[in-house]
Design a protein around this ligand. Sequence first.
Ligand code: BES
Ligand code: ZN
Ligand code: ZN
Length: 514
Amino acid sequence: MSLRQSWKGPGLKPLEESLLNLRWFFRYGVCMRITVRAVDPEYVKDEILAVALMEEDKLPFPELMKSMRKDEFEPKLGMTYTLDTQGKTGFRKLLLFGLGKKEDFNLDFLRRFGGTAARYAAQLKSASFSISAEVKGVAAEDAAQAVCEGAVLANYKPIKFKTKKEDYFDVQELNLVTKADVSGAVKRASILAEAQNYVRDFNEDPANIATPQKLAEVAKQLAKERKLAFTAMGKEEMRKKKMNAILAVNQGSALPPVLVVLEYNREKKNLPLYAVIGKGITFDSGGISLKPSKGMQDMKYDKTGAVTVLGIMRAASELQLPIRLIGTFAATENMPSGSAQKPGDIITAYNGKTIEVLNTDAEGRLILADVLAYVAERKPEAMIDLATLTGAMIICLGKHRIGLFSNDDKLADAISRSGDRTFERVWRFPLDKEYYEMNKGDFADIKNTGSETGDAGSITAAAFLGEFVGECKWAHLDIAGVDNITDRHGYLEKGASGMGVRLVVETLKSLAKK
Ligand code: BES
Ligand code: ZN
Ligand code: ZN
């Protein structure tokens, strides 16, 4: 990433401008520039001014509000009202956004506010807009971060494969109206939301473009930009190392597999070591246990865990988290062919455990088995894996929460709290020994499906992974469902969501503090 910063001195007229001016350029275009302006909202000079209100708040700008009928706007959550100021103010349009009752307030409502304002600016084809980021009862830094995250996330559009880009308007400037010093919060928001957009953009690539090889190239590019250590392991080395579970899944594919390891702060041995691990199936056809064709196109998103790991590495390094961090994933297609693995096959994983492959569509746990066992040898303080692991997860939680499974209560609690803060909410499931027992094999140590009927399918999948983590503190995030959005909402569009980046980075940040 190239980060250009320029500083404007205070006292610039006509607005009392101050502080930060950040500009980013990424491979998918120009991103939003955010400027903090220490000015009262009524003196804003811009196309649009957006203001958020709780139900208890007084309406701003009494003069302008005279034209509004009482029934036209109430500050209920998500309700908006727009008005043309007819030249009475320095801004041409006013957008009011309802935050609901004070007692029900959640910081995510401010992300939705930022997203709504950015979308309104895009709809009016306005290159810039101003947002009042001072919200009564909310810490200035938190408010600024949430508003900026929402705006940057809402400004991303999955249009990389559209040829007529001019049909989609890019809002270029966000002016954050606040008197507090929120430059740090703005920077954090930009780093996190841009990392999430990076994941969304790359994850949108279909399987003919995002091959395992391509994933490795993107990781290498990131490593170069962020000065991370990079290694990529090919088929031959996997054979030597006996990573037979990855190789078995790869058997049916015409493309070779790859295992990528990125490391941030590798040489700083005094910092605590953490690891994040992603499932990188670039296309999951199911293999010989072929999936039905309906919806199969969405299996391009089966690499979400791996791509999210890249986003996490990028954000963690830009935020300069005081930890050492391994980011790793195995990538391969899961395809049927004459050479594909077959139901009933028995393989010996990297850690020596034997696995009966009863269903070739339960391939995620196979590749993760080898990677988890490999990373556990490094003895990190904790490891967190992200995987679109089971369809059963969507049956359990729908698309609103991420499934959390862990062998450590403190780690699980840290993740849960981070989920609430980032609104990438999780729900913890049990991992009792009975679930481990469900995976016992008839002919090998374990089988890759817990039961024929799919009982507790997400839990038995997690328990399968638990066989490969050794003594390590470990958490598994089943991100099936949240990996892609089907109904556009507050600040995310239909398509890859990039969810998991902010959750895991926030978790790592909280662990680093201890
Ligand atoms: N990638 C899928 C899980 C998935 C399904 C993610 C739908 C997102 C949406 C995974 O590899 C899979 O196919 N799991 C099987 C496991 C079963 C065969 C035990 C499943 O969930 O059906
Ligand atoms: Zn599968
Ligand atoms: Zn899969």
